[in-house]
Every structure is written in C-alpha cells, then in structure tokens.
Design a protein around this ligand. Sequence first.
Ligand SMILES: [Zn+2]
Length: 92
Amino acid sequence: MDKRHKKKLKRAAKKKKDHAIAQETKANLTKQMGMFDRIPSICSTCDKSFPKTQEAHSTWRVVVKYEKQKVWLFCPECQTQIQHVVENNNEV
Ligand SMILES: [Zn+2]
C-alpha cells in the first residue's frame, strides 16, 4: 500500500465518522423536536398565554425534564419565583 492510498483510506474513515455524528445530531434534534411539541402555550405558573413574538421567545423560559417527559413554560415575571423550584428539582 503506497502512502497516497493510505491517506485516502484515512480520509474515507473520517468521512464515515462525520456521517455518524451527523446522524446522531439529527436523532437528538428529532428527540428535542418531539419534546418541543409538548411546550405549553401558557405560563405553567400563572396561566398567562405565551405571545408568539420574537421578544417572548427570548424572555420566556422553557424548562425540559427529559426523564419525566415534561416541559414547563415560564413567563418573565414567574422566572424569578420558579428559579429555586427548578433548582430544588435538580437536587432530587
Ligand atoms: Zn407566569
């Protein structure tokens, strides 16, 4: 096997690996998208409806618990008061 051939094989192996990573990322994304379907349309604390604006997307907070298959949505006002609740959940 000459040097050039060896290099070619190495490159092919890397390409295969990249492809595997891409597949994995896609799978993770799909899983995430599945969870995103579960995002409530109202604040989980005060029942305020989520305004579908760019601003709301950056100020409202989504908390996902994969192990519980649960998604919470919190408006900016409630985020401060849920902060400790979420942290306590993480400790359990
Ligand atoms: Zn709220």
